[in-house]
Ligand binder design. Structure first.
Ligand SMILES: Nc1nc2c(ncn2[C@@H]2O[C@H](COP(=O)(O)O[C@H]3[C@@H](O)[C@H](n4cnc5c(=O)[nH]c(N)nc54)O[C@@H]3COP(=O)(O)O)[C@@H](O)[C@H]2O)c(=O)[nH]1
Length: 610
């Protein structure tokens, strides 16, 4: 029995053991299955957490959660990072508030309290304390989960939006400011001007709009290059700005155009006071990269309510008045008057007529003789363009050359003048007349334009003219800052045989240094230095010095604008051998020069320095 019992008991145990071990295995298998599932879930959770952490880092967005009842708090890794709080420091609402800029803490506290006390979800933008010179801006969103006893969980996100804000600010800046000068642009100016106008209308105040355009800026820009032009513009903007009050609005609205709003004006004349200050501010030369540059401005003024009742009209009238100031000598201001509209129209009409004049060959040349003295031997002529306008009669180049330069027509006119002078040389040669030099004026814009040399070559080839009998008269502005390209162009012209005369010497941006570097053949004493000779001591000194410099540099000199025997005699005593002016002869048609040459077949062109 014992054995049986034993057997039985062994059997039971065995059975039990068998059963137990079977269950155990199942349990084990279940446990290991569950463990694997848990490990898998945990791995997936970790992976998801990693993705979330990654996403938060990329978005510069941290998240947080806090249970007011238990004080349990969670901060994501990115939240610690954005707030600059070490990850081992206790994280909670107080810590969050402490990490905010002291001036913005109350804003966030109020938002947290609102949501914590049952208010709707909200968000605020607050700053963090300054780091690396700026205060990051964070956008904090707050919401709550509520239970029966009120708020159970307060949670939210905090995102660093500094870059977005900076980008928005930059876009705003680009849309409203001029990047070169930092001044408001046309759009911002117009919106401020409209507000000011509404205020002026309500309070029956006056308001002025000033339109400024820098004089000769285009020449400086085209001749010295855009980087120099840009620096000049921004320096000029600085000076203009310094003349104004805080409430005035200065804007740059185009290349060299500025507008100013004077919003609170007692009397119209106050605008004139400001205009005078602005003109005065530009009188001192600018030092741009070590070179002295001078620029002036012309100013047009329109006043509300007299000259218009909306900003567009006031601006248009100020622009028109600015043209008035330009036409009447520049470097000055003019108030708008209704008759100016017709003047601007006239200027546009002139430009159109000039365009047609070129096509219709209305531009002709006269030639002013140049004489070797004291024998008064004709040795050259200066070609001067004339416009025979079908209705207006003769239009002076003083009127149309500036229009041609502003409109770009100067290039076509310049080519026409050079071609006509070349053909005239060929005609005099063909007629068997003795050769005289023909001097041709070249505008600075024409000379500095890409391809000038090629155009000159083409004209010479087409006309068969001899450059040895041609002088190109260049102004000082054409030769300002002669870089290697300009020097090479001048050298090529000299190699071709052209003479190179510096016109109006002493009136512009004279630099004796470049006289040495560029291959000039002549200097022309400007008639402004001749007209008061011999009485004016300063003019006498300038004329004498010019002659002396030219002699030392081996250059020929032509005195222009000689109108009186006293001027002629003074210049003769200073060894000036070549003269031009009304005393000797006005500019004449080609036929008259032909006659002069026929009458005197013994002269010859002035000897040029080698
Ligand atoms: N780029 C070009 N400019 C040109 C061309 N033709 C003329 N011009 C420039 O126009 C300005 C005015 O010229 P104009 O009315 O022809 O006057 C010239 C002479 O008539 C005048 N002159 C000559 N002698 C006297 C005088 O004794 N007294 C006096 N008051 N005026 C006199 O001077 C002008 C010549 O000046 P300049 O060229 O400096 O030698 C003038 O700036 C012309 O340059 C052209 O084809 N292209």
């Amino acid at each position: 029995m014992r054995v049986v019992a034993q057997h039985v008991s062994t059997g039971l145990l065995g059975t039990f053991l068998l059963v137990t071990s079977g269950r155990t295995r199942r349990i084990e298998s279940l446990v290991s299955q569950r463990t694997a599932e848990l490990a898998d879930a945990s791995a997936r959770l970790i992976a998801k957490q990693a993705i979330l952490t990654h996403a938060e880092r990329i978005a510069r967005l941290g998240s947080w959660e806090t249970q007011p009842a238990t004080g349990k708090t969670y901060w994501s890794a990115e939240l610690f990072h954005i707030l600059g709080v070490p990850p081992d420091q206790a994280a909670g609402v107080d810590r969050l508030l402490a990490a905010i800029h002291p001036d913005d803490r109350e804003t966030l506290r109020a938002a947290l309290n609102t949501v914590g006390n049952g208010g709707a979800a909200t968000s605020v933008d607050v700053r963090l304390p300054e780091r690396d010179g700026s205060s990051p801006i964070v956008h904090v969103s707050i919401e709550a989960t509520r239970g029966a006893d009120g708020v159970e969980t307060l949670r939210g996100t905090l995102q660093d939006i500094s870059e977005r804000r900076a980008a928005e600010a930059h876009i705003h800046y680009l849309a409203h400011y001029d990047t070169l000068t930092g001044l408001p642009n046309r759009s911002l100016w117009a919106s401020r001007a409209s507000q000011a106008l509404a205020f002026a209308r309500r309070h029956q105040l006056k308001l002025a709009v000033l339109f400024l355009d820098l004089d000769n800026f285009k020449t400086i820009n085209d001749t010295l290059g855009h980087p120099v032009g840009d620096r000049l513009l921004s320096s000029a903007a600085g000076r203009l700005s310094a003349c104004l009050r805080d409430e005035d609005v200065l804007a740059r609205i185009g290349g060299d155009e500025f507008v100013i709003l004077l919003p609170k004006l007692n009397r119209s004349d106050d605008a004139a006071v400001v205009a005078r200050k602005l003109l005065e501010s530009l009188t001192q030369p600018f030092d741009i990269d070590g070179q002295e540059l001078t620029v002036s401005t012309s100013i047009g003024i329109a006043v509300y309510p007299g000259n218009g009742s909306d900003i567009d009209v006031l601006l248009k009238h100020a622009d028109t008045a600015m043209y008035g100031a330009k036409n009447e000598g520049r470097n000055d201001f003019r108030f708008f008057t209704p008759d100016m509209n017709s003047r601007v129209f006239a200027r546009l009409k002139l430009e159109n007529a000039l365009r047609r004049a070129i096509e219709r060959n209305e531009l002709i040349l006269e030639y002013q003789p140049q004489w070797e003295m004291p024998e008064q031997r004709l040795i050259g002529v200066e070609a001067l363009v004339r416009w025979e306008h079908p209705e207006r009669g003769r239009v002076t180049p003083l009127e149309f050359i500036p229009v041609a330069e502003e409109s770009g027509l100067i290039h076509a006119i310049g080519d026409h003048v050079l071609r006509t002078a070349c053909l005239q040389q060929a005609a005099w040669h063909a007629a068997g007349l003795r050769p005289v030099t023909i001097a041709v004026n070249i505008s600075a814009l024409q000379f500095r334009r890409q391809g000038f040399l090629e155009r000159v070559r083409r004209i010479i080839d087409e006309t068969g003219a001899d450059p040895k009998g041609l002088d190109l008269e260049l102004t000082e502005s054409a030769l300002m800052q002669p870089g290697p390209e300009i020097e090479a162009q001048l050298a090529s012209l000299r190699e071709m045989g052209f003479g190179l005369a510096l016109d109006d010497f002493g009136t512009g941006y004279s630099s004796l240094a470049y006289l040495k570097r560029i291959p000039l053949t002549h200097l022309k004493i400007d008639r402004s230095f001749v007209q008061d000779l011999p009485g004016d001591a300063e003019d006498a000194a300038i004329a004498t010095a010019t002659l002396s410099i030219a002699r030392d540099l081996g250059l020929a000199v032509i005195a222009e604008g000689v109108e009186t025997p006293a001027q002629r005699d003074f210049l003769l005593t200073r060894q000036c051998r070549v003269m031009q002016g009304y005393l000797l002869s006005p500019p004449l048609p080609a036929t008259a020069i032909t006659q002069l040459l026929r009458d005197d077949q013994v002269g010859g062109p002035a000897a040029r320095p080698p």
